[in-house]
Design a binder for this molecule. Structure first.
Ligand code: GLP
Length: 260
């Protein structure tokens, strides 16, 4: 696990660098897209590089992490619409190139199984962008999630619904109670995981993720078992890291040829 502690704009550039390197080397790459506020600056940076530097996503395919159950198709907070607004419509991703779990499916369990098959049929995810919840969830794998879980229906915790109420006019009752989410094993199958976290509210979750014991109580800790994880955090999110000085020194001394 590589931990980089830097100001937020630098973190967004580093994540965008990893995406750009991948897509330029492999134009048919498969990306994993995350929602939430953490990756927004990355999407801004990728849109800028598309506009100004000719970075093309024309042959890229992408999979979303999760989706609310039951939000109307045109709801602005439906994750499919968020991803469309924040990244898909701002670059040249082909129509239909982005897939997500269908939170409006009649048969939600079948939709989850079909989503797993679609990811496998695409050859798996090359680079997965991730955020982290204040309770240590990744995607919507709430505390108690099986470390071996696959895409499935989950009930959101009160904490997550309160955290996300800001996207629903601060009305926690408007936040759906259920979601479909890639499981922890689904996420672990991606070849490179790039997790972003900013702000003091993430400090405990980041500490657990990097330094805590692996436990379903802090689902993100399963990432400790992944061979290629990049954790990009600002000073506030890093403020509870026990070995912060070591991570800073390691990154400062990193040779230029060694990419993320
Ligand atoms: N389902 C999403 C996660 O994918 C996201 O990483 C997390 C943190 O969100 P934010 O980046 O806004 O803090 O919570 C949301 O509920």
């Amino acid at each position: 696990m590589e931990v980089v502690i830097a100001p937020a704009p630098a973190l967004a550039r580093l994540a965008a660098d990893a995406v750009e390197r991948l897509v330029r080397a492999r134009p048919t790459a498969v990306l994993g897209l995350a929602t939430g506020s953490s990756p927004l600056a990355v999407y801004d940076e990728l849109a800028r590089r598309h506009r100004e530097d000719g970075l093309s996503f024309a042959r890229v395919r992408a999979f979303m992490l999760d989706e609310y159950v039951g939000l109307p198709a045109d709801h602005p907070q439906r994750y499919r619409n968020v991803i469309e607004a924040e990244i898909a419509s701002r670059v040249d991703l082909a129509p239909g190139a982005v897939l997500g779990p269908d939170g409006l499916a009649q048969d939600l369990a079948a939709a989850c199984a079909g989503y797993e098959r679609a990811i496998a049929d695409a050859g798996g995810v090359d680079l997965q962008l991730l955020g982290i919840g204040t309770d240590g969830h990744v995607a919507f794998n709430e505390p108690g999630s099986s470390l071996a879980s696959r895409t499935r229906i989950k009930t959101l915790t009160r904490q997550t619904r309160e955290d996300n109420a800001r996207f629903f006019d601060d009305d926690v009752t408007a936040v759906p109670t259920h979601c479909l989410t890639q499981g922890l094993a689904t996420i672990m199958a991606a070849r490179h995981l790039v997790l972003l976290a900013q702000g003091r509210s993430k400090a405990e979750a980041v500490h657990q993720l990097v330094e805590g014991p692996v436990s379903a109580l802090w689902p993100a800790t399963v990432l400790q078992h992944h061979p290629h994880v990049t954790v990009l955090v600002d000073d506030a999110a890093a403020s509870r890291l026990q070995l912060a000085d070591y991570y800073r020194e390691t990154y400062a001394a990193k040779p230029a040829w060694q990419t993320l």
